[in-house]
Design a protein. Structure first.
Length: 590
């Protein structure tokens, strides 16, 4: 197996990193976290997307996607859509490109700031010439276009391969390459209101000879400082990655420096983003393998390693996204051979708290476009095209099974010897999605138990007086038992204590004419340890029934007004209710 070896390397900024492919006979083991991939969601409608969609995520875990569609004309339309974690469209689709401009698009990029504003950069060719210009647009938090597409740079040759990132204040920073002779990397800044606050400026040196510059990528740090990397070819076959740092106003803080180079292999498809420590993370393809390199803000290399490599096949088009907690998600394509094998999207993640890389996780069976990544804490989303649609999957850590939680109640609370006590464990729960409480184990506190059973309820009587601690343990559908039982104290008395009945009163009708009979019903009254034997209806007009055995009586009112009727009850042992049932009756003149 061919393994491209790259250790954790620290180098001076005047040095370059040269990586060599070494033939080894065994696979180097790596620690691996387990990942859970969601179902695949289709997020577009009948209009076929063209080109790879771009994606970012907001603080609420919703995804913002920009993509191109062609509905039968000669030109594409740039569209925006906001979707939830399960692919449900929350806003859009919204056309971002002006309806009056026919355009052919090049690169797309999107960034969502912490306030939820969506910043979009794209290069487009209008009918006026054959060059692509750079445009900026903004979508508001409500899903409408708040800044219409505006030209921020006009090119006489071709502006392409752009990137955009935003800072905490809502400013957007854009980089692109100008394909002129000599080619250059350009930088610009747009405010949260859409004003150009940093005019387009060159930030790269000339590559020399017939060299070329392409794939500029940007990361934004605290205070608006930006790190920019790009691919550079000076003299074939030498390929390099260059790096520079700019202030929030575009001043150069670190001169462009070569950070990665290779004399025998190409470096392509660069993507980059920043972490919370002012480092810029690069991922790129080197000789068919996916690489990852971390550049500190002074241009020195902190880390570098191979992410994926295929012995007989090929790896391609990576993307990288870093969550606020500095977890890393790197997506890429892989195919088993170079002839007829389909491209399959994968992801690897780095858990910053555990210093742990996951094994490659397959996102779906096949994709016609490369997967694009957007990460939040503990999860990330990936878009790609398949069967003419944009698809979305989410990836998160596959959590270890957590134990269920037992919850126990009982009735009556103070039973007598021999009286049946009902125990209820239906309030028990399991914290994991898809898992449930499967079996219950009741212990009565007198040496007996129910054994494991599937019913959440059980009954038991006690043969002696005293206080008994009953308990409940539960197991979930995976067989994991609760960490601790839930307990209740059952106070068993020698002789049953008579408990008071409860009075409940209703009236029909509640609005009546004078002289009209109104039916008063106490039939819903109850007694917890016997039966209701007598009823006392007070009609609120200085009349009452006295104690009667009938649960329902009628009574007319002779004067109009509002009357509050009440009810007391006695049980079969003569104990009167502690409460009084009541109802309000309105009587109007006939």
């Amino acid at each position: 197996m061919v393994i491209l070896m790259a250790g954790r390397i620290s180098m001076g900024k005047t040095m370059t990193l040269v990586l060599f492919a070494l033939l080894v006979m065994s696979v180097v083991p790596m620690p691996a976290a387990s990942l859970e991939v969601s179902d695949e969601y289709n997020v577009t409608d009948s209009s076929d997307p063209t080109g790879a969609p771009r994606i970012d995520i907001d603080t609420e875990g919703n995804f913002h996607i920009v993509y191109l569609i062609n509905d039968g004309g000669d030109y594409d339309k740039l569209m925006y859509r906001k979707v939830g974690p399960t692919g449900t469209t929350l806003e859009g689709p919204v056309q971002v490109s002006p309806g009056t401009v026919e355009s052919q698009y090049g690169a797309l990029a999107v960034s969502v700031d912490t306030a939820g504003r969506v910043h979009i950069a794209f290069s487009a060719m209008t009918t006026r010439d054959d060059a692509r210009d750079v445009y900026y647009a903004q979508v508001s938090t409500s899903g409408g276009v708040s800044v219409a597409a505006k030209n921020i740079y006009s090119s006489d040759v071709d502006a392409s391969a752009l990137d955009i990132e935003s800072d905490a204040s809502g400013n957007a920073y854009i980089v692109w390459n100008e394909r002129e002779n000599p080619p250059t990397i350009m930088w610009s800044k747009v405010s949260s209101s859409g004003s150009i606050t940093g005019s387009a400026k060159e930030i790269s040196d000339e590559p020399g000879g017939n060299g070329d510059l392409y794939f500029p990528r940007i990361g934004v740090h605290a205070g608006g400082k930006t790190s920019v990397a790009w691919q550079q070819k000076a003299l074939a076959p030498r390929d390099s990655l260059y790096f520079t740092v700019l202030s929030a106003t575009g001043s150069v803080l670190e001169d462009p420096v070569e950070v990665v180079s290779n004399l025998v292999a190409s470096l392509t498809n660069l993507e980059a983003t920043a972490d919370s420590n002012d480092n810029l993370h690069l991922t790129y393809v080197q000789s068919g393998s996916i690489m990852w390199t971390v550049v500190e803000d002074d241009g020195s290399i902190r880390d570098s390693m191979q992410i994926a490599s295929s012995l007989l096949g090929e790896d391609g088009v990576p993307d990288i996204s870093i969550a606020p907690n500095d977890d890393i998600y790197i997506s890429y394509q892989q195919r088993e051979n170079l002839i007829n094998a389909p491209w399959i999207p994968y992801v690897r993640t780095y858990d910053d708290s555990e210093d742990d890389w996951s094994d490659p996780e397959q996102l779906t069976d096949e994709a016609t476009g490369p997967p694009r990544a957007a990460a939040a804490n503990d999860m990330a989303g990936f878009t790609y095209t398949r069967s003419g649609d944009i698809r979305l999957v989410t990836v998160g850590a596959d959590q270890a099974n957590r134990p269920p939680v037992a919850s126990l109640s009982h009735s009556p609370t103070d039973p007598s010897i021999g009286e049946m006590v009902n125990f209820d464990g239906s309030g028990s729960s399991d914290p994991d999605d898809g898992d449930f409480v499967d079996t219950y184990y009741f212990e009565w506190g007198d040496g007996g138990n129910s054994g494991w059973r599937t019913s959440s309820s059980a009954s038991h009587s006690y043969n002696s007086a005293g206080t008994f601690t009953a308990s409940l343990r539960v197991r979930d559908s995976e067989g994991l038992e609760s960490n601790s039982p839930d307990t209740v104290n059952v106070r068993v008395t020698s002789v049953a204590t008579n408990r008071a009945p409860t009075a409940v009163l209703s009236a029909n009708p509640t609005t009546a004419d004078t002289g009209q009979d109104i039916t008063f019903n106490g039939g819903s009254s109850s007694d917890p340890d016997g039966s209701v034997a007598e009823y006392w209806f007070d009609f609120g007009d200085s009349t009452n029934t006295g104690w009667v055995t009938a649960a329902s009586v009628t009574h007319p009112y002779t004067s109009e007004g509002a009357y509050t009727a009440t009810l007391k009850v006695r049980d079969d042992e003569g104990l009167q209710s502690e409460n009084t049932g009541s109802t309000l009756v309105s009587v109007v003149h006939d």
